[in-house]
Design a protein around this ligand. Sequence first.
Ligand SMILES: Nc1ncnc2c1ncn2[C@@H]1O[C@H](COP(=O)(O)OP(=O)(O)O)[C@@H](O)[C@H]1O
Ligand SMILES: O=P(O)(O)OC[C@H]1O[C@](O)(COP(=O)(O)O)[C@@H](O)[C@@H]1O
Length: 303
Amino acid sequence: MIYTCTLNPSIDYFIEVEDFKLGGLNRIDKEIKVPGGKGINVSRVLNRFGVENKALGFTGGFTGQYIMDCLTEEDISTDFVKVDGDSRINIKLRSGRETEMNGRGPEISEHALRTFMSKLEVLEAGDILVLSGSIPDSLPKTLYELIIKKFSEMDIKVVVDATGQQLLHVLPYHPFLIKPNHVELGEVFDVRIQTVEDAIPYGQKLVDRGAENVIVSMGEKGNLLFTKMGIYYANIPEGQLKNSVGAGDSVVAGFIASYVKQGDIVKAFQFGATAGSASAYAEGFCTPETIDELIDQVQITEL
Ligand SMILES: Nc1ncnc2c1ncn2[C@@H]1O[C@H](COP(=O)(O)OP(=O)(O)O)[C@@H](O)[C@H]1O
Ligand SMILES: O=P(O)(O)OC[C@H]1O[C@](O)(COP(=O)(O)O)[C@@H](O)[C@@H]1O
């Protein structure tokens, strides 16, 4: 079974304003609300590929109910812990460029955390656990590290999509996959990464420190995969950017969906990289059809 954890789910509120004026009254041209948060996005994309999974985490209030209702409507299995406050609303503003404003999210009590941890007890050998997204302020900053440590003696593959120290601290426990984007990779090592060449030594360091597979996503510059076997580059297929929110989560989901079906890391990388662009070229997320259309254009080169 695959479990995704979203500690701080959101409603992603996409708004489009033709000519956004800071400090002025702006009328919204187009708006749409979707359930969001990194683990939830992974679950939604996995579901489109018919890969069974369960979404875990914390939801609360009317926003939390909306998130749960949307996931139920999509037939996604969930087991969220209810909290008192409202799940956050993250604003995704499009006005020529994309601007994101992510909320803080509700307070999570110690009791709610204990309930969440008890839900993880069902994991068994062969499962995949996806820990994705920011950790709310009210939870220990070390939570991902504690969870991966807990499962380190079991045959459970843990995927971590986190930033900064949270990412560095899980490395000794050999995460199956981590996926920083190039900016996040730069932040980890306090350097500026702009090109594929810039990224190579730092992606390699993450493998040297314990990660099994590292995908460094670089937006329109493509993706890099680092493994003990080698370093690979995936180019970007032709297309028109529509919305890059969730593109990174699609890379993670595509990688997992392909890996569980075929067990081949490089093919999974190609599929994940294609899923990222297929989502970036769509208003919503990639589908098996949009990936089919693009995958032959995504070449994998060993560097
Ligand atoms: N403008 C774009 N054109 C084509 N593909 C894109 C674009 N933006 C993102 N992608 C695809 O989605 C992947 C993840 O996007 P990225 O922005 O790097 O991650 P994140 O969403 O985590 O910040 C990219 O590596 C690429 O495969
Ligand atoms: O937990 P964080 O880091 O605040 O991120 C949450 C946001 O990231 C997203 O999951 C999108 O992530 P990506 O663009 O990296 O794939 C949104 O749905 C959500 O609003």
